[in-house]
Design a protein around this ligand. Sequence first.
Ligand code: HEC
Ligand code: HEC
Ligand code: HEC
Ligand code: HEC
Ligand code: HEC
Length: 397
Amino acid sequence: MTQRFLALSTVAVVLMALSACRGPEGPQGPSGESTVVNLEGFAPGINCGNCHNPDIDTTYYVWAVKYQWAQAGHVTGGTFDDRNTAPCSGCHTSEGFVQRAKAGFPPQSLPAVWSVVTNQYRPSPVGCFACHSPHSKGDFSRRTEASVVLWSPMEGISDQTINLGKGNICLNCHQPRSSGFTPKMKTTAGATDTLKITTNRWYPHYGVQGLMFLGAGKGGGFEFPGKAYVNSPHSTQSGITQSGCPTCHMAQPVSGGNGGHTNVIGYPSGTTTAYNTNGCRQSGCHATMNVDTYVGTSGTLTGGMGAHKYVHEYLDTLATLLQAKGILSSSGLVQANNGTSSASSSSPRTFVGPAGLRKAGALYNYFFIEHDKSGGIHNPQYAIQLLNDSIEEMRKP
Ligand code: HEC
Ligand code: HEC
Ligand code: HEC
Ligand code: HEC
Ligand code: HEC
């Protein structure tokens, strides 16, 4: 009782301190940095002790969640520290993300984002206050669950709206983005049409998972003419369309397992990798499985190898083929026509006509499947077909 009283009076003092800095305009910080602009206030009648509890609370398990979160890629990846300038900070830091959220998530096109996101030189990693707003809401509901518009990296295919319920919070960052000077991939080319790649980082950044789930015909991969593309049941499975990424990435830990806010599926366990497949094994999905040896409905597509292993191994094959033709450098960047690893506006990598476009498509698919990072698991049927067709293309002269 005494302890609880002490804890509550501590937060009360903090509350007063916080209220004191809540002015109409917060003090002016050094230029380009934010001060208390993100303070969102407290919900009326909020009970601090519900979450700030001296013991482990069994309502929210805040203490436990905090330590799960500390192991997440959001923290351990470390990019929150060095990708801290605008507009990168809008996805790589909590502070920049809250700025985007408060402005209603303007499109990723540069002018719109620049006007709301500032440099964050002392940022924190994507944390509780990015995905939730526990003080202003008084609970751990998501900051937003609104559907998200994904910028289309494919000429001729419009921006796509995706709705994965609770997972929409993730898609506000795990989404493709234009770097402004990168040409879009084309769906078709006439005999003399060219595609000039003017950057060695010719891909729509790293968050392509949403496009991978949407799959066929939605502008994720380059679909080779004359081939048919289908999606895995993951694209339409009702659990995934309601809960999205957390369905698999936030499955609760069980005895001897990892999970929850670590967001991790594969994690090191001794000298091997263990997998938290509780999400995959939930009722109505895969009865018994291990991601590493997974041979599901896509088994026939991989000769029984399993999608995860197949995609990892054949991505290496595709990289080797692209390197042999001087399209990809050994460090994984697009090579210029002069053979350097720095395609640029003065020495672009130029692909000509329908045959050239197919080679560019194979390069594009390499980055798409690689940056999706799931080893094809997000949409095995689609990823495997794109990979096979890209390899077939690169084996042609
Ligand atoms: C719905 C849950 C919830 C409630 C209710 C809540 N907080 Fe928090 N608060 C959090 C979480 C989560 C954090 C971040 C994790 C942590 O530091 O424990 C946090 C962090 C803080 C921090 C630390 C900020 C820092 O810089 O480290 C302070 C101070 C704070 N809360 C004060 C309060 C006060 C005062 C109240 C009551 C008026 C309150 N909180 C009510 C969830 C809550
Ligand atoms: C505020 C933006 C933001 C939100 C929201 C967000 N992420 Fe991330 N996520 C990132 C960034 C940035 C990285 C890379 C961090 C790094 O490497 O430093 C990342 C990394 C990850 C990683 C680790 C990837 C790896 O290669 O290790 C996983 C897994 C992940 N996110 C899943 C999720 C899930 C699931 C959600 C929703 C519950 C989510 N993210 C929400 C920005 C975000
Ligand atoms: C729209 C949100 C968004 C913006 C804006 C953004 N990033 Fe990212 N970035 C991500 C996400 C999400 C990941 C991690 C994706 C994953 O692991 O699947 C990531 C990953 C990265 C990585 C790879 C980390 C690794 O080693 O795997 C680098 C490097 C990076 N971002 C740099 C930048 C830079 C530089 C900028 C600004 C010019 C920027 N990002 C802007 C969302 C964003
Ligand atoms: C990358 C986004 C993200 C971050 C960061 C994050 N959460 Fe969550 N959190 C979620 C999502 C999504 C869910 C819903 C998961 C589900 O239902 O499967 C959730 C659920 C929760 C729940 C359960 C809520 C309920 O009502 O059942 C709690 C408690 C919680 N988070 C606390 C925290 C705390 C504390 C932190 C910081 C240490 C944190 N979260 C950081 C996305 C995030
Ligand atoms: C059907 C289950 C499932 C869903 C839903 C899902 N993922 Fe995954 N994801 C996986 C699996 C399996 C892996 C591979 C894990 C491994 O290889 O360690 C993975 C890997 C990843 C990785 C790389 C993580 C790492 O540690 O290297 C990221 C980032 C990621 N997913 C983001 C997302 C995002 C964002 C969403 C929502 C749009 C999402 N995932 C939805 C199953 C899923």
